[in-house]
Write a protein that binds this ligand. Structure first.
Ligand code: PFF
Length: 455
């Protein structure tokens, strides 16, 4: 560690912190995964389960990451060493590893969105679903994908290299309002489409029958999505909160961040489904490349679809960028704090390494799945779970003390929060981890084994 005491950066304003956290939370998860999950897994019934998990699991877990970050003013490894010490330091390492691995392929997928935005401006989108799928397969892997992966990573490096105030805070001040305004604009446009009525009822009517028969798979999906969409389990919120200089009301901040994240996810459904229904495309079975296949085909069918598609994919790329910078900052903050490396060098080296690690994902979709499932369903959940056990069961007093800074006496909120972390959050994460391991095993012995055999 450094023996020179360098002044650690902080956010310039409270809004800067909130916007950065909203930017991190609103990403590919909100736009690609959320609407399709609601549509497929019971409509409003899924939505209610999801909201329950957001409040019961996501909110308490987010406050845990916030207090650990603000209390220690350190990167995740330093933070875990400071509050837990000993073996707990390894939990910090899990966060760094997760952030590293996730950004390597998140950048590949984000590169596709940039590619698809350009597609609108060049040749437009293909209306035929089979052709659209063939196009996706050819663009999603290979040189094209590697090029856009490199381009996206380069932009992330530049923003992170510029630092907290001049880089990240400035970028999110532009990006987050743009995402909100464009999303609302697209929802207004989607409202005018002829398929809107039918789409809304598909999206928003509760299918209790489906929910009651399949709750075993629907509930874990809702819980996992709640965790991922709020950027939990990777130390991103620890890192962002470590740059908080002053005492602000973290519970209020958390509620605002969650409100924005959920709002954007919900409104994205109001954008996506009217477009699909109007183009006569069945939203029930979107498959892996949903927005790049069925939605792109819908853009191919609509009047001025190239323009709508261009705006849509640009928005997705911006949302992915504001999430990606938080992932890179997790790793970069570690390199700066613990290795005493200059920020610009840290960002360049980390970004270059992440780019290289992402090349296999840009080379073959099965390799992307291999790494995505492992990071998303195992590493992320494991890191999150261990942190919740540490804070909820070992360090509740420290946590309550830290949360009360900027709020005052917490009253009944303190035990309510700690008990929410101790039981519902921990139980949900244990179940999610068990299911994640099972699913990964099935993937390794099924799809992946077949892929290996074909090579
Ligand atoms: N919350 C982002 C999304 O919904 O796409 C993904 C994400 C970003 C997860 C950053 C974790 C993280 F640290």
């Amino acid at each position: 560690m450094s023996d020179i005491d360098i002044q650690r950066e902080t956010w310039a304003t409270r809004a800067g912190f909130i916007l950065a956290a909203v930017g991190s939370a609103v990403g590919l998860g909100n736009i690609w995964r959320f609407p399709f999950q609601v549509g497929q897994e019971g409509g409003a019934a899924f939505l209610l389960a999801y909201l329950l998990f957001i409040v019961l699991v996501g909110f308490p877990a987010m406050l845990v990451e916030f207090v650990v970050g603000r209390h220690t003013e350190l990167n995740p490894v330093g933070a875990l060493r400071a509050v837990g010490g000993g073996t707990w330091t390894y939990v910090g390492w899990i966060f760094i590893a997760t952030g590293f691995v996730v950004l390597s392929y998140y950048s590949v997928v984000a590169g596709w969105t940039v590619r698809y935005a350009f597609l609108g401006l060049q040749d437009g989108y293909l209306a035929d679903a089979a052709e659209a799928e063939a196009q996706f397969v050819s663009l999603a892997s290979g040189l094209d994908a590697i090029f856009f992966h490199a381009l996206f990573m380069a932009v992330v490096i530049v923003i992170v290299a510029l630092g907290i105030q001049q880089g990240i805070e400035l970028a999110v001040r532009l990006m987050v309002p743009a995402i909100v305004v464009i999303t609302l604009g697209m929802a207004a446009y989607a409202f005018t489409l002829e398929g809107a009525g039918e789409a809304y009822s598909y999206y928003l009517s509760p299918e209790w029958g489906l929910f009651l028969t399949e709750w075993q798979s629907i509930l874990p999906a809702a819980a996992g999505q709640a965790f991922f969409t709020l950027s939990l389990g990777m130390g991103a919120m620890i890192t962002y909160a470590s740059y908080l200089g002053e005492d602000q009301n973290l519970a209020e901040d958390g509620a605002i961040i969650i409100g924005f994240d959920t709002g954007i996810a919900f409104i994205m459904g109001l954008v996506v489904f009217p477009i699909l229904f109007t183009a006569g495309i069945d939203p029930a079975d979107p498959g892996a490349g949903a927005i790049f296949v069925s939605l792109a085909a819908a853009f191919g069918d609509l009047a001025l679809g190239w323009l709508v598609g261009f705006v849509f994919f640009t928005t997705v790329a911006i949302a992915a960028l504001s999430s990606a910078i938080s992932l890179m900052e997790v790793v970069v903050s570690y390199v700066i704090d613990e290795r005493n490396v200059d920020r610009k060098i840290a960002a360049s080296v980390v970004g270059a390494a992440m780019f290289v690690l992402g090349i296999p994902s840009a080379y073959d979709l099965v390799l992307l799945d291999l790494i995505d499932l492992f990071a998303d369903q195992i590493l992320l959940v494991l890191g999150g779970l261990l942190l919740m056990i540490l804070v909820g069961w070992v360090l509740p007093d420290l946590a309550v003390d830290e949360l009360s800074r900027g709020i005052g006496d917490l009253g009944a909120l303190a035990p309510a929060w700690i008990w929410a972390v101790r039981i519902p959050v921990v139980v949900v994460l244990i179940v999610a981890l068990a299911l994640g391991i099972l699913e990964y095993y099935e993937f390794l012995t099924g799809e992946f084994a077949e892929w290996i055999a074909d090579q």
